[in-house]
Design a binder for this molecule. Structure first.
Ligand code: PMP
Length: 435
């Protein structure tokens, strides 16, 4: 390779000639902040290094999976050992049983667990299961909630669609889009009205366990239990999407914080990100009677050539086994330090802001109070974000390139990494104030 080809811009130009938009997932593009996404050479602990050799503190953590930090030695070793025994068998392994049991141990209402490869597959399967269990077609989802890119769930979704201000995706048949009822989040009356009108046709409500794809919204205590009771009263199910929150906001995910049981609890939960330790692995779990409707026991079909892949299982299991109380305490400390520094820097420059938080997960909103709905999130001072983001990048900190995404800390963020974040904040706050 010539000098020219190794620069980030040259690589992005080549990427655009080979890959639509130069990226394999739209959230990686600097769609709302402008500029060229950084191509990554390597990452270790809290640091990520781009192809030009610039090292930054990473607060994206692969969008959540890297709970312990990048390239954790024990996870890398477990994956290497698994690889040496074979990459994929298409037959069951003991590790899959260990991982399913570990998920059930942490989240006992997930009485049975099926492993899949992506969060999208987990939520897609969960809604198929709910439809199979109830014999009904309709699904309730909330405005701005993101559950992956399957057809029925890509209606009024957050994440990359929010960043790119896309109302939805083309290519989704009307007949499928019309099976999804979109409601404003946090609104009991809207849920009651939907059930009053369509109650006997609704299979499930799906909700992000803590909405985190339009910025973070801390759920109002009792709201998700209300969703469960309302669904159950009408013979429908509640699917709690813990792909982002699972094993991150608490050892047992958002369910561990809410602690709901019985009628108040979700029937199906979906997991991803942390559960795969950085490898392509996700899961769904839930009530035994519902989960046992999956093939080969029941009539709801779901399958995967690489499901429960042994390398992915080794990574996920090793990460979960290492994620003890001390790890979660450290995650909280890191979040405490960064949120305090963030707020101080913005306050010093007189920039209106809110920092909603659940466990160690948080986001930044340029608004007087934390947004509660997608409309609130869209109404904030979004124009302040691009200069803030780029000042942080220049100051050696990689943030999610969108105000509609949450920030992810890792247990590997030591005091030196935190100091680097704090040192970058004042200039970024000035840039936000000047916008
Ligand atoms: N559900 C939620 C809540 C998510 O945040 C995401 C991804 N960010 C998904 C589902 C989809 O997961 P994946 O990208 O692995 O398909």
């Amino acid at each position: 390779m010539t000098e020219q080809q190794t620069t980030n811009d040259a690589l992005f130009d080549r990427a655009k000639g080979a890959i639509p938009g130069g990226v394999n997932s739209p959230v990686r593009a600097f769609g709302s902040v402008g500029g060229t996404p950084r191509f990554i050479r390597s990452a270790s602990g809290p640091y990520i290094t781009d192809v030009e050799g610039v090292e930054r503190v990473d607060l994206v953590a692969s969008w959540g999976p890297a709970l312990l930090g990048h390239a954790h030695p024990a996870i890398v070793q477990a994956v290497q050992e698994a690889a040496s025994r074979g990459l994929s068998f298409g037959a069951p392994t003991g590790g899959e049983v260990d991982l399913a049991e570990e998920i059930t141990r942490r989240v006992p209402i997930a009485e049975r667990v099926r492993l899949v490869s992506t969060g999208t597959e987990a939520t897609m399967t969960a809604i198929r299961l709910a439809r199979g269990a109830t014999g009904r077609d309709l699904l309730i989802k909330f405005d701005g909630h993101y559950h992956g890119h399957s057809d029925a769930l890509l209606v009024a979704a957050g994440s990359g669609l929010a960043t790119l201000a896309m109302p939805g995706s083309s290519g989704i048949p009307d007949a499928i889009a019309h099976t999804t009822i979109v409601l404003p989040y946090d609104d009991e009356h809207a849920v009651e009205a939907a059930f009053a009108e369509h109650g006997d046709r609704i299979a499930a409500i799906i909700v992000e366990a803590a909405p985190a794809n339009i910025g973070l919204i801390a759920p109002r205590p009792g709201f998700h239990a209300f969703l469960a009771r309302t669904a159950h009263a009408h013979g429908a199910l509640l699917i709690s999407d813990e792909v982002l929150t699972g094993f991150r906001v608490h050892p047992s995910g958002m369910w561990g914080i809410e602690g709901t049981t019985g009628d108040d609890a979700p029937d199906i939960l979906t997991f991803g990100k942390v559960v795969g330790g950085g490898m392509p692995l996700a899961a769904l779990g839930g009530r035994r009677d519902v989960m046992d409707l999956l093939a080969p026991l029941g009539p709801v079909y779901q399958a995967g050539t690489l499901s429960g892949n042994p390398l992915a299982v080794a990574a996920g299991l090793t990460q979960l086994r290492l994620a003890d109380d001390a790890v979660y305490a450290r995650l909280d400390e890191v979040a405490d330090a960064i949120t305090a520094g963030l707020s101080d820097a913005l306050t010093a420059e007189g920039v209106e802001h809110a920092i909603p938080r659940v466990g160690s997960l948080f986001s930044l909103a340029f608004a007087a109070s934390a947004p509660r709905t997608y409309d609130d999130a869209k109404a904030q001072a979004i124009f302040r974000h691009a200069p803030f983001f780029h000042a942080m990048l220049d100051g050696g900190v990689a943030l999610p390139p969108s105000l509609f995404e949450s920030w992810f800390v890792t247990a590997s963020h030591d005091d030196a990494a935190i100091e680097r974040v704090l040192a970058a904040l004042p200039a970024a706050a000035r840039a936000a104030a000047a916008a």
